[in-house]
Design a protein around this ligand. Structure first.
Ligand SMILES: [Zn+2]
Length: 75
């Protein structure tokens, strides 16, 4: 039997696997902290039902957790 447990945040539409691995619709998987940095902090207080609002499961946000600004270089 698989012990895999996938929850989908009804607000952010992001999958959380086994209560820690976060599967984004694009890009590499991350963790709850990265999900918080990218998505959930923006819905906090605005919409109810986000399953990633538990501060005990979110650690300090690293600069690499946020979206990197896309820059276009012109030579
Ligand atoms: Zn969420």
């Amino acid at each position: 039997m698989s012990s895999e447990n996938i929850e989908i945040c009804p607000v952010c539409q992001v999958q959380i696997k086994n209560d820690r691995e976060v599967i984004f619709s694009s890009g590499k998987p991350g963790d709850r902290t990265r999900l918080w940095a990218r998505v959930c902090q923006y819905v906090a207080g605005k919409r109810d039902g986000c399953i990633n609002q538990d501060v005990d499961k979110i650690s300090a946000i690293q600069p690499t957790d946020s979206y990197q600004p896309v820059t276009f270089k012109q030579e």
